[in-house]
Design a protein around this ligand. Structure first.
Ligand SMILES: Nc1ncnc2c1ncn2[C@@H]1O[C@H](COP(=O)(O)OP(=O)(O)O)[C@@H](O)[C@H]1O
Ligand SMILES: N[C@@H](CCOP(=O)(O)O)C(=O)O
Length: 730
């Protein structure tokens, strides 16, 4: 991935489409298509919600094969479950064949290869068949260039899946209401038009020339409702299938008037309630009650009634409502927070029935069906087709411009838009050739907490901290910084909050943000997730030594510690496990600090020690420094020591921050593990000659930092770090 340059814009055309181009080359292809789909609906046969799971087809034509392939269509599949690979049996290609036959074509174009990538679990009520039907109609539309509009595609879909909720949401995206128009008298007479989900089979095989029923115009109508941004969907997906056909067979053919009115009243309110911000849990919970399908389907899903009734907004903070997804067995809970709590509870309820489940946190997806073409001959590929928005990139540049400019410093103007970031060393005070030091790092899985909290304002500070603290321990002054932000779909607000955090970190470290890269790469990451990395460049003045000065270190040299303010940016994989095991959710009150939540406390940004340490470094008061990151005291302190010396550290000499104390105890983490996973309360450990300790402490104090004496250097036997006073941690 090219990440150089200082244009805060999406990657250049050729690299953004690199994945696609590779596919085309390998298969000698002419077409490329992606169909993105969704799932669910809480109003029986009426409303559907497209969710963030995409069914994707990669389609190529002109493939050379040694043997004849039926209907000219070779199918390959990756994803959930397994599907038929025969073109006339696979739901996607079967649907496409029906549409092709409606247009007088009996086969796919020669050498068609359809590669299906399907993450939607089959037969779980998450609309895999609706997605497949939309993809199938679109497939025919593309390979035969039929020019069908989305509205006309819906007509074809409705000939196959006669309930419009799933196909309409899959096709148009978002939270969608739909109805089927009554057929006009002429079409009513056309007995071949299926009234239920019956796929018109190619009677007598591919060569009969029979024309299947062409859909009447405008069979279905739809409208998109608003959806409040904070509402997310927890899908609890049991490990067994319920076929939609079976789940429809158990429904009655007629209903009591009272039950019909009950549902109508709720659906009418629900469509508005789900668009209101903040959402009203009472209206949504009541609005999601149902009397026309859930009660009849309980025989197919053990414990359904009890499971649905086991949660409510009064008992489960954050929960808004719950229903069967599609025809089941998946259960869909809508919530604004405490997602893992709610999910764990429902998993527990299913477990009582002996059923294991998977769960996913999903969000509405607004694109619906998208198609992108890539023709080698015409070179008609576009960013937009591939899911990359230049407009969003430009918007981001505008929104971060002033934050980036605020990091300017002597030697770097921090203006964005050029091809590279420049630094005038002389203007920065380095008149003789300095030693240049560089560092590169990421934020790690602390990002996961930011995703869960939907708060990206501080992880940029962590990114800068991880880099500049690494430069600092080598005695270098950080001068410039560059960041990399990779996502699947650029959310300008999120990316901007992130870059503003990076700028804040840079200001704190005194370095200029001279460039960055925002890479929008469809399909690389899940939903709104992103990855971030950064690199810092610093300098050491001519004539001064790069640290650590191992040769100058001796037994008896003093170890000073600078406090951390929590976990900083390391050990988050274990942190997440401990939090999960304790059934805490990110929005719960932090057990170690009643004034904040678990997530907010853990997002406390990593301390940046530049301003505190630079004066002492410049006065040559320090022989070596260790930035306590992944690997903790155990792994990081020996990195600054000569082979013959070890660090003897008295762990009682500094306070362990409340959060780390709690995590250690809650995770039953041994002292050894504690010292090699987390920083234990020290963000930096310094080696200082005894005679310079007072000056070093004074220099640090003048810069606002209190150093504590934590130990000394001793002759090394086995261990690089000897921890004394461990009982203090028990
Ligand atoms: N991507 C796909 N490719 C081919 N067939 C599919 C695909 N997705 C779903 N199907 C077909 O649809 C069936 C599931 O449909 P259905 O019972 O309606 O459940 P769901 O709730 O998942 O829509 C699968 O067993 C399979 O035959
Ligand atoms: N309204 C339909 C929806 C079926 O959805 P699926 O995902 O189970 O195919 C119904 O409830 O039957």
């Amino acid at each position: 991935m090219a990440a150089l340059g200082n244009d805060f814009r999406p990657r250049d055309n050729s690299s953004a489409l690199a994945d696609t181009t590779i596919i085309l080359k390998e298969d000698q292809e002419t077409e490329y298509m992606v169909a993105k789909m969704f799932t669910i609906r809480p109003g029986f046969d009426v409303i559907g919600l497209a969710l963030s799971i995409w069914l994707e087809l990669r389609v190529t034509t002109g493939e050379k094969t040694s043997e004849a392939v039926r209907y000219n269509c070779r199918i390959t599949y990756e994803g959930k479950g397994d599907v038929d690979k025969d073109a006339d049996k696979n739901l996607i290609t079967q649907t496409a064949l029906y549409v092709l036959r409606c247009h007088g074509k009996k086969t796919f174009p020669e050498g068609t290869h359809v590669h299906i990538v399907n993450p939607i679990p089959l037969g779980r009520g998450l609309g895999s068949s609706g997605a497949a039907v939309v993809a199938g109609v679109s497939l025919a539309n593309e390979v035969a260039q039929l020019g069908l509009s989305k509205d006309r595609i819906l007509d074809y879909c409705l000939m196959i899946e006669r309930h419009p909720d799933n196909v309409a949401a899959a096709l148009f995206g978002g939270f969608v209401g739909s109805y089927l128009k009554e057929l006009n008298p002429e079409d009513m007479k056309r007995r071949e038009i299926p009234l239920a989900e019956v796929l018109p089979a190619p009677q007598g095989g591919e060569d009969t020339g029979l024309t299947p029923p062409i859909p009447p115009q405008d069979i279905g109508k739809h409208i998109r409702f608003p959806w409040a941004k904070e509402i997310k969907c927890i899908a609890i997906i049991p490990d067994f299938e319920v076929s939609t056909a079976e789940a429809r067979r158990v429904l009655p053919t007629s209903y009591e008037k009272a039950d019909v009115i009950y549902n109508l009243q709720r659906v009418a309110l629900l469509t508005t309630a789900l668009g209101q911000s903040p959402p009203n849990p009472v209206l949504i919970y009541d609005g999601m009650q149902d009397k026309v399908h859930q009660p009849y389907r309980k025989g197919l899903i053990p414990g359904l009634t009890e499971i649905l009734q086991s949660v409510g907004p009064d008992r489960n903070p954050g929960l808004l409502g719950i229903c069967l997804s599609g025809a089941g067995p998946t259960i869909l809970a809508l919530a604004t927070e405490n997602f893992s709590d709610i999910a764990e509870h429902l998993l527990g309820e299913f477990k009582k029935e002996g059923i294991t489940c998977d769960w996913k946190l999903l969000e509405p997806a607004y694109d619906g069906l998208t198609v992108s073409h890539g023709s080698q001959e015409s070179g008609r590929m576009t960013y937009a087709d591939a899911g990359v928005s230049i407009e969003a990139g430009n918007e981001l540049v505008q929104s971060i411009k002033s934050a980036v400019a605020s990091t300017r410093r002597p030697g770097a103007d921090a203006e964005i838009g050029g091809f590279g970031g420049a630094m005038d060393l002389a203007a920065a005070g380095y008149t003789e050739p300095p030693l240049i030091v560089q560092a590169i790092d990421g934020v790690g899985t602390k990002l996961k907490i930011a995703f869960a909290m939907d708060d990206f304002s501080t992880v940029g500070i962590d990114l800068v901290a991880m880099n500049v603290n690494d430069l600092l321990v080598q005695g270098a002054e950080p001068l410039t910084f560059m960041d990399y932000y990779g996502c699947s779909k650029l959310d300008v607000a999120d990316a901007s909050r992130f870059v503003k955090g990076v700028a804040e970190g840079c200001r704190e470290a005194g370095c200029a943000l001279v460039g960055g890269e925002t890479a929008e790469m469809p399909g690389m990451y899940q939903g709104k997730e992103f990855d971030a990395a950064g690199a810092a460049t610093g300098a050491i003045k001519e004539g001064r030594k790069i640290l650590p000065d191992k040769e100058a270190m001796q037994e008896g040299d003093v170890l000073l510690g600078l406090k951390s303010n929590g976990a900083h940016s390391n050990g988050f994989s274990l942190i997440r496990k401990v939090i999960e095991r304790h059934g805490l959710s990110w929005n719960d009150q932090a057990p170690w600090d009643s004034s904040t939540t678990v997530g907010a406390s853990l997002l406390t940004p990593t301390r940046i020690y530049v301003k505190a340490l630079m004066p002492a470094i410049e006065q040559d008061l320090i022989l070596g420094m260790s930035h306590i990151t992944g690997g903790g005291l155990d792994e990081n302190i020996p990195r600054m020591l000569p082979k013959h010396l070890a660090a003897e550290v008295n762990v009682a000499s500094w306070p362990v921050p409340g959060v780390l104390k709690w995590l250690k105890q809650a995770g039953n983490v041994s002292n050894k593990e504690f010292a090699r996973t987390w920083n234990t309360g020290l963000g930096m450990v310094l080696v200082v000659k005894e005679e310079k300790v007072q000056s070093a402490v004074d220099a640090l104090r003048s810069a606002g930092e209190e150093a504590v004496r934590v130990g000394k250097l001793v002759a090394k036997n086995d261990e690089g770090v000897i921890l004394l006073g461990l009982e203090h941690w028990d």
